[in-house]
Design a protein around this ligand. Sequence first.
Ligand code: GLA
Length: 404
Amino acid sequence: MPANLPRRQVLRTAGALGLGAAATGALQTTAAAAGSPDRVAAMGSPHGHGRLEIRKDPFGTTPEGVKVEVYTFTNGRVTISMLTWGATIQRVETPDRRGRTENISLGFDNLPDYAALSPYFGSTIGRYGNRIAKGRFTLDGQTYQIPVNNGENALHGGTIGFDKKVWKAKVVQTDKAVGVAFSYVSPDGEMGFPGELTTTVTYTLDKRDNLRIDYRATVAGKATVVNLTNHVYFNLAGEGSGSIDGHVLQLNAPSYTPVDAGLIPTGEIAPVAGTPFDFNKPTRIGKRIRDDHPQLVIGRGYDHNFVLGKADSDGLRFAARFWEPEEGRTVTVHTTEPGAQFYSGNFLDGTFQGIGNKSYRQGDAFAFETQHFPDSPNQPNFPSTVLRPGQTLTSTTIYSFGTK
Ligand code: GLA
């Protein structure tokens, strides 16, 4: 899809979508919540871009008859497509150093493939990102069981997580940014989790090529545990273009959380210094990925939670920067979250083709899932993921696209 959208299908205002005054009010609130625009702008491209535009198209229908839409929003340079299925990032089109635009995110062009095959490509993940040991935890004296879906453990919220739900969508458009606020209400007991959880995740693209994700959640009735993230997979040379071994990574993490054979944290917070997990200086991902390190053997590569460096006064911290030296694309991540799962696409096995009809094999993409640490509900020394009635969870992650 070209970066410049056909005019007649472009939705410019909340009014064009048939949203009322209440919706417009919500848009203003979101813009105010977007924080320091200057700070955010400084993370992205130095160039100003074109008009902010958004459109909505049909994408498919679930077997239950629910319609799924694709929203496509652009600043004239970066173009992002998102589905109401799983509040999923379907495409991310960015220019390379020479101005050639390509889709850098793994995905599919149809709903049945998302439903049947997707290893969380671009999905919004909930209620609990990454693993809970044996799918079990105890909160306020009560033990809860999440259906296990990854060996003996629960992964990404159990068998039917937020990635497989159809979310409500509301266009967000200000003079600075454009995007979609997705919301989903998870009933008390869904996937075994306590409390009714109301989640809104707002994805906005600004004029400086920053894709900002604002998470917000509240729970009613009972306390619960929550760990929200997005599982976008990138290959900065273009989706389906082969290995990411040559990408250079800088990761602001003094330590990481080693795992057992089921990829559950042992509870240890291990320093990265002197190990293949030290990316504090920019290093090629492939340089040490096959080293004889027990954690790399267990993970079949990198599939670990990194403990990020301290946050700045506004709560955000520089987390990571990925750079593909040949075409020059970069993605820089800032987050308010204390951790991030750096996953080197180890379980991609070439058994299906994605949106560009290419097979995705082991190591053909990376994901960088900002998060609280895996299995926190069972790990007393990890930052808490408990959310109680009356509290509001807020969390922000920004992916900034550029070239170098
Ligand atoms: C996370 C996990 C990986 C893998 C992917 C999804 O990144 O840590 O082990 O399960 O999700 O395929």
